[in-house]
Design a protein around this ligand. Structure first.
Ligand code: ADP
Ligand code: GLC
Length: 482
């Protein structure tokens, strides 16, 4: 029997488009290693990276029972470091080139795909020997599961002791579809109202999860407060405020088994806060691999890694590049997303050969070596539920320059505090961003202060161990018997 069942549309190393994948690759295992019987269920994508894990078919004919046809799913299983990970398979939904969207936009049938996934999760969980104590759903793609549980629990004693949790990793992605899809979900008509699944006539999956979960969490304490107001609430501040007593912010951790410069298979040379020399070698490699001038070895090298989107403040980065390039610095940008920002960045690269390198794409290996080889990490996010890249940057001795929002506030101690680990600016504004970079560059001039800042950053600990304990406390607070 599983005590906690995680429901997610991504789990590293099998699937990942961003931080959700990283979190799911670490948090469930952390609970599992604390002795809690944990399992994960996720889609079986055609493009998955099985990473040498043996996958076996455990059920070939799961009747998911869409309202209009007897549609079935296969269930596969991998024992990942001993923890069961179940995969819901249905080729026509999940065997695609991308996870959620192509460059032309979202897949037209995303609503159908993830209704199918959530229904399959419930059917599979119903077949397991004994109900879990907690079903923990992540983001809109999994959000219908707590709602199904809420209604099934009223009729089926199998579920009577099962609690549900919804975690919001990014409130901007809500799974909002035309209201006509509501009936396909199979939820009862009682859920179709402004306190439930309906949002201005549309079917809103994330809102449905918020309404019917026993607890709602988000990934940093500051973001948990921010989303109760109109600036960051993405239109859901009303329903969140209504349910604020069940909302809690639990800060993400970093998986230091994957992100540790002392033991990182992608780096040409490892290093630690005591032995920083290897970082220089990483910088040398980065300069040559990204075709940057070797003269930058003794100059500040700035890096950005992330989705090329407004959330990440890429427009502000583009705004300041000409002025930044007047200074004696180099810059590497790695990411993909908005096509016009990508084109702008590539155009700019032509203007600053040897000083600006732009890599469009998604490459795990490059992300690691950029973290290690740069001196300063840029993260001018407009909003940031938690943010993991700045946490990795701290560990890699690459102090971040970031907006003081969400999880960035909760993870970076800003200069000039004697405990400083990075630099922040008050709101998403290009001028303020540029000025914060200037502050970082001036500290960089003083080798001794910079080394101390780097070492403080590297010694900061954001382990999953602490976050996992907070999740266990929250599960118990809602009545789970763990
Ligand atoms: P978000 O989830 O909002 O995208 P996070 O900072 O929480 O932001 O997590 C981003 C994760 O995705 C990190 O592991 C980061 O290294 C990775 N990542 C983002 N863009 C790329 C890219 N272009 N190539 C490789 N890894 C990337
Ligand atoms: C989301 C957020 C990011 C967070 C990640 C993992 O993608 O944008 O801030 O770190 O989820 O929780």
């Amino acid at each position: 029997m599983h005590e906690v069942l995680f429901v997610t549309s991504e789990i590293y190393p099998f699937s990942k488009t961003g931080g959700l994948g990283d979190v799911m690759g670490a948090l469930p295992l952390s609970l599992f290693n604390k002795g809690i019987k944990t399992a994960v269920i996720t889609p079986f994508y055609g493009r998955m990276n099985l990473d040498g894990n043996k996958v076996r078919l455990v059920y070939s004919d799961l009747h998911v029972g869409y309202p209009w046809q007897p549609i079935t799913a296969e269930i596969y299983q991998v024992d990942y470091h001993g923890m069961p990970v179940y995969f819901v398979g249905r080729g026509e939904y999940f065997d695609r080139r991308y996870y959620y969207n192509t460059h032309n936009g979202d897949y037209f049938d995303n609503c159908e795909r993830f209704i199918f996934f959530c229904r399959a999760v419930m059917k599979w969980a119903r077949l397991l020997p004994g109900a879990p104590q907690v079903i923990h759903a992540h983001d809109w793609q999994s959000s219908l599961v707590p709602a199904y549980l809420h209604f099934e629990r009223q009729q089926d004693s199998f579920w009577k002791n099962t609690k549900s949790v919804s975690t919001i990793h990014n409130l901007a992605f809500q799974g909002r579809f035309s209201g006509r899809f509501f009936k396909d979900s199979g939820l009862p008509a009682a859920a179709w109202n402004m306190d439930g699944a309906e949002y201005y006539g549309d079917f809103n999956m994330l809102k449905t999860g918020i309404a019917y979960s026993d607890a709602v969490t988000t990934v940093s304490p500051t973001y948990a407060e921010e989303i109760l107001g109109p600036e960051f609430g993405c239109g859901l501040e009303g329903i969140l405020s209504k349910h604020s007593e069940k909302l809690v912010g639990i800060l993400n951790g970093a998986d230091y088994k994957v992100w540790d410069p002392g033991d990182d298979k992608f780096l040409p040379c490892c290093y630690s806060s005591e032995k920083l020399n290897g970082k220089k070698e990483c910088k040398e490699t980065v300069l040559s691999e990204f075709h940057l001038s070797p003269e930058l070895q003794d100059k500040p090298l700035l890096g950005f890694i992330g989705r090329i989107r407004d959330q990440k403040g890429v427009d502000m980065l583009i705004d300041i590049i000409p002025e930044l390039m007047k200074k004696d610095v180099g810059l590497i940008v790695l990411g993909e997303g908005n096509l016009s920002y990508e084109a702008r960045l590539l155009e700019m690269m032509e203007s600053y050969p040897g000083r600006l390198s732009v890599q469009i794409g998604y490459t795990e290996e490059m992300a690691h070596i950029i973290q290690a080889g740069c001196d300063i990490f840029l993260m001018p996010s407009r909003y940031e539920p938690c943010g993991l890249t700045q946490i990795y940057a701290l560990r890699y001795g690459t102090p971040p320059v970031a907006t003081a929002v969400g999880g960035l506030c909760d993870t970076i101690t800003p200069y000039p505090s004697p405990e400083a680990t990075g630099f922040t600016f008050q709101k998403a504004d290009s001028r303020l961003f540029f000025k914060a970079i200037e502050r970082a560059l001036s500290v960089w001039q003083d080798k001794d202060s910079w080394r101390k800042l780097v070492q403080r950053a590297m010694r900061k600990e954001f382990s999953w161990d602490r976050s996992a304990d907070e999740y266990i406390t929250m599960y118990r607070n809602i009545g789970a018997r763990l």
